[in-house]
Design a protein around this ligand. Sequence first.
Ligand code: PLP
Length: 409
Amino acid sequence: MAAPVTPPSPSSPSSPFSSSSSPSPSGGVFSVPAEELRTRRSTKWREFPADVLPLWVAEMDVRLAPRIRERLSGMVESGDTGYMDPARLPAAFADFAARRWGLSIDTGRLYILQDIMRGVLELLRYGTAPGDGVVINQPVYGPFPVTVEEAGRRVVNAPLAHDAATGRYELDLDALEDAFRAGNRVWLLCNPHNPVGRCWTRQELSAAAELADRYGVLVIADEVHGPLVHAPHTFTPFSSLEAESARRAATLFSASKAWNVAGLKCALLTTRSPRTWGIVEQFCFEVGLGSSILGVAANEAAFGESEEWLDGLLGALAENRRLLGGLLREQVPGVRWEPEHAEATYLAWLDCRGLGLDDPYATFLQRGRVAFEPGTKYGDAYGGFVRLNYATSPEVLREAVGRMAAAVA
Ligand SMILES: Cc1ncc(COP(=O)(O)O)c(C=O)c1O
C-alpha cells in the first residue's frame, strides 16, 4: 500500500505528510508513493526538511518512461558506462523534431553538450564581446541573467507585457524594439516561457523575428520546454520561421524537462546557419565532452522511443491544471492563476498579490510547510508571485493547496 499524503490542519502546519493508511495516489504517471519520493536523492526531495512538501524545482514526481528505464538499466547492468558516443541521438532527435513539430534539423549541425545553460554560456562567450547587452524578458528563468553576467555580458531586461484584466502575458514588442534599437545585439528567448507558461504563437514570434532582422540581433532560443505544450496550443520552434534571424538563431533542446532526466546531463545545440555554427566550432573541446553516456542514451530513448509516454504525461498534466485551478479558486481565492493561460510547461505562475502578504514564498514555507520557487528568482519586481510545480500527483496538489490555505487563514 502506498504512503498517502495528508494535509496538515491549520493548527498543525508542520505535521508530516506521510502516514500508512490511505490509498495509493492516483494520477497515472504521477502515481509514485510519497514514501518512495521521500527517499529520492534529487535536490527536489533533499533541499527542505521532511515535513515540507516540495513543489519548487522543475523536476517531476514520475518514474522513468519504460524505454528509458530499460536502456539505462541495461547499460548499468552490463557496465556500459565509459565515455559517451553520440550514437543514434542526432538521428533520433531529428526524427522527433520532424514528426512532432515539422522541423527540419541538419544532423551535421547538432552539437551535444551537458545542459542548456552551459550552451547559453558558451554561445555568449564565443559569439559576443565583453560588455555586450543581452536582452531577456522577465519574469524569466532565474539562471538567464546569472549566466549572462557569468559570461561578462550585460543584462538588458525587456519585460513581458501583462494584461491586468485577463492575467495573460505577452511579448512586449515595443520594449523589445527599444532594447534592440539601443544596440543590444543578442536576445535570449525562452520558448515556451518559464515561468509564465506561454507558448508563443507563430504570429508573436514572427513579429519579434522581424525586429531581430531589422536590428541584426542574434537569437539564442532556449526550447527545452518545447515538448511540453498543451493542446490546443502548438509549439513553434523559433528556427522554423522564415526570418533571417531564425536562420541565424542558435537553439537548445533537451529531454531533461519533459522526460525528467535533468540529472543525467545531456542537451543539444543546433543552428541552420554556417556562421552561427562557426561560433559553436570554437567551443573548447571539453564542452563537447560534458554530457554523460547515460544522458545521451536517455535522450535517445526519450526522443526516439518515448513519445507515447510523453502524450500520457501531457494528459495527466491537463487533469492537474483543471484540479489546481479549482482548488485555488475554492480555497485560496486571493491567489490569481488562469489555467487557460498555462499553455506549456508544468509550472504555474501564481499571482499572490491579492493576499496582501509581504513575502508569500516565506509565508507558505514557514507557516504552511510547502515549498515553491519565490517570484524574486524570476526578477526583482516579482516578490508578490510564487512558481508552483504541478508535475505531481493530485493528492500532493490537494495537500499543497490545503497548506497554502492554512498558511493564510
Ligand atoms: C527555460 C529553462 N532553461 C533551462 C533550464 C535548465 O536546463 P539545464 O539543466 O539543461 O541547464 C530550465 C530548467 O528548469 C528551464 O526552465
